[in-house]
Design a protein around this ligand. Structure first.
Ligand code: FNR
Length: 184
């Protein structure tokens, strides 16, 4: 059975390495998964005072994520954590608590950086938030993609076959994780 996956990219940058990796995963991902990037750029900043009459950007985002079977986060690291725009999206989706759109959705995390550390800090801060939102995040394979500036040509195409293969295997494992999580 085909499963739908919301892809959340934690960078708003036009030439984002994370967005490129997200597109590459979508390209090599298994047929069993139908990916769709759900944009976070226009989300109003979370403000609890707005909850009684939430902005359309929040309700649209919540509706889109809720409709998917699973979620894939592809995120950079800012100051050893996830970018504020991604945290904002997570917070928006999490409220009100009884309508937490992330609840129970199988998830996976890929972190991407031009630096050497693979954005480990962002990857794991994101996982920490997911624990409190009852999200089963795929434990392995982990995906810390470092030195991202060396993986693409000038047009933005991925030139590194090992990364492509890593993403292909990651997609397969995620498809299996989704089935296991939805079954258990
Ligand atoms: C960064 N960057 C960065 N990189 C990293 O590996 N660890 C870090 O803690 C940080 N911190 C950080 C803070 C801020 C405010 C910025 C703007 C950048 C560098 C970051 O990885 C780089 O800009 C990436 O290119 C961002 O990902 P995208 O936009 O290419 O997807």
């Amino acid at each position: 059975m085909s499963r739908t996956v919301a892809v959340i990219v934690g960078s708003l940058r036009k030439d984002s390495f994370n967005r490129r990796i997200a597109h590459e995963l979508i390209a090599v991902g298994p047929d069993a998964l139908a990916f769709e990037i759900v944009e976070i750029r226009d989300l109003a900043l979370f403000d609890q005072d707005l909850e009684p009459t939430p902005p359309a950007s929040w309700t649209d985002f919540r509706t889109k994520v809720r409709a998917k079977d699973a979620v894939l986060f592809v995120t950079p690291e800012y100051n050893r954590s996830m970018p504020g725009v991604l945290k904002n999206a997570i917070d928006v989706g999490s409220r009100p608590p009884k309508e937490n759109v992330w609840n129970g959705k199988p998830a996976a995390v890929i972190s991407v950086t031009p630096g050497p550390t693979g954005a480990f800090g962002a990857n794991h801060h994101l996982r920490q938030s997911m624990v409190s939102l009852s999200v089963p995040v795929m434990p392995t394979p982990e995906a810390y993609i470092g030195n991202a500036g060396k993986l693409f040509d000038e047009s933005g195409a991925l030139t590194d076959d090992r990364t492509r293969e890593q993403l292909r295997k990651f997609g397969q494992a995620f498809a299996a994780w989704i089935e296991k999580s939805l079954r258990d």
